[in-house]
Structure formats: C-alpha cells, structure tokens
Design a protein around this ligand. Sequence first.
Ligand code: F6P
Length: 382
Amino acid sequence: MVDDLKANVDMTPLDERPRIGILTSGGDCPGLNAVIRGVSKSAFWLGYQVVGFKNGFEGLIDPIQWQLLTPEVTSGILVEGGTILGSTNKGRFGARVGKDGRAELAEGILDQVAETFEKFQLEGLIVVGGDGSLSTALQFHEAGLPVVGVPKTIDNDLSCTAYTFGFNSAVLCCSDALDRLHTTAASHGRVMVLEVMGRHTGWIALHGGIAGGGDVILIPEIPWTYDNILAKIDERTRMGKNFTLVVVAEGASLPSGDLVGQESDNMQTKLGGIGQIVTEELDRRIEQDVRCVVLGHLQRGGGPTTFDRVLSSQYGAHAVRLIVEKKFGQMVCYDPPDILDASIEEAVGNLRTVNPDGSAVNTAKAMGICFGDTPGYANPFH
Ligand code: F6P
C-alpha cells in the first residue's frame, strides 16, 4: 500500500504507524495552524502519523493533495495566521450554510472520498470547519466514514460550544479598531460606524463593541430604528460627548427587515454593505460628520490571541483522543472550564445566536450601550 502511494505521489514515505488525517475547510481564521500543531504533536506521542489534506475537502479527491504533518513540519506554526494546509469555501464540496440548510454533495463524491480513506488507511479524519464544513463531515459520518470535527469560525455561531476558535482573535481586531476610531472620532467630533463580520449572528459586534467601548451596537438578533440611534447620539451630546462609536454587524437587518449583501456562487448570501447604508442615513439626518469603516477580512487575518492558542491546542489534542477512542461523528467543544465533545449533528443543526435578554446584552445596556431598540437608556434589570 505504501509503495502504491509513493508511485502516485512523490512525497515523504508513509510508514507502518496508524494514520490520522486532517483538513481545514471554509473561511480561514486565526488558530487553524495551532489546531494542526496540536493534532500533529499529540498524535506523534501516541504513535500515530498525521496526513494533512490540502485546500479543504478538495485535497481528498482527484488529484489528491496531501503532506505528512510531522512535529518538524508543524514546529513554530502556533502563532501563525492562516493555515499551512490551505482552505476553500468553494469547489466540489460547496456547502449550504446555517439558515440555508444542509450540505448537498454531488453524486459519486462520497465513493471517491471513501477510496481515499481506504488508500491512506485512515483511522479517522479530523475536519476543522464551521457549520458548512461540519455538515459535509456529518454526511461522511452518515456514510460510515470515521470523522470527528473541530469548531472553527470567527462568527462563534456553532451550537454546543461556548466558543469556536478564531472568535476571540476577531473580537480583539474589532476592539483594537474601536480604540483607534475612538481617538480620531473624539478629535473631529464625528460619528464613526464600524461594520464587522459575523454572518447571521452578532457575537463579534457584541463582544468587540463592549471590549472597544462602543456606544451603539446593532446586531441581527435585536431589531433597531434610526430614531433610537439618533436619540442616543443626542443623549451623548447633552452629556458633553461630541462623538459616537457605532458598531454594526454585517448580518443585522435594516429597519425595513432587509439584509444587505449579494448572492454568491456558493449559494450563500455574501453579507456586507450595511455600514455604508447606516452611515449615509445618519449623515442625512444629523449635523455631525459621519464616517464608515468596514473591518472585513482583517478580522480573519494575523495570528491567534493567547486565548485562541490555548483553545486551538486543546481542540487539536482532544480531536486526536476522539479518534483513538473511536468516538466518531463527534465534535470537540468548550464547556468552560472543560474541553468535551458533542455530536456534530447537534452542533450544526442550530445556529447559536446572541440571546437578546442574555447577560452580555444586559450588561452592555446597564452601562448605557444602545442596541437601537429603545430611545436612550433603559434599565435591563428592572
Ligand atoms: O464565516 C466567516 C466569515 O468571515 C463571515 O463572518 C463572513 O460573512 C464570511 O466569512 C466572508 O466570507 P468570504 O471570505 O467568502 O468573503
């Protein structure tokens, strides 16, 4: 078998140790390399070889693209952004995400994937991905292939885990941007609108907004009006604050109920643009200058925070353990303070949204942060 593979793909020879596969799929985020390293190191000590498949699920089928992930290869990548394996959210495994339903795979593709499992004699495959990629992994599992999942996304919208890795790093990026916007907004007496990612949930806007001292936070989970934002700006002016920081999640609906974005070629709505619309409308209604900043893919770039390094390392090591214990169809998860696991099916079935009456929103409201649902301060605890 090993000789066969060597004939097909001219790479470092496989040996007789049991073998684990790993791939990273969907949009990238900080911490992917830290997971790969966690898998590679912990598998090594348990006597396993690790094969990394490249460019998401694409590397699993013709032409198979792979590389051995020895501890030497993964040494030093803990702090690096991106993924050494590459990733894609397009291609032959294009998945519908979240609200849009389950992944739909082309006919015959599962047979090709099964052949690769057989060829590499994989004890299990670790799929590092968000809800789209994990719903593809679920289809593998249902077809009898040994897979486990690791929850990745800056959006933090997967169920069954308190945090996906990458989220904390994105929040830092958002709060860092607000720190910078704060000083320029104050100098010019402006309203600054910061559009952040998060798809159909407001986790990044909420946590980034609190961490960065935002005054207004608009999220998909809480309907808002322009009048309420104007009332907040007015309240701040009366309190002697000549500037306002508005954080808006890309997936927040406009007061009309419309989402802002475009249809994309992988069947999902590509969100984005609400920041500019909010900016133009506020600009039309107030004397103050209003400016828009779209944070975009900066939130996905760069190295992971220390929190994400720890979480990713734990996720990687726990995923190996799931394979060793043959707990297939499971996803590692964080149930503070423990790293546990839950079924992939349960995790991808429901989008985890922000609770509008939860403690983070109420804490923010208690400090006077406006979510656009009330005109000025409203005591959340009464
Ligand atoms: O799911 C992660 C995410 O960054 C979302 O927050 C965002 O809507 C989307 O991916 C952007 O995707 P793309 O990289 O395809 O523009």
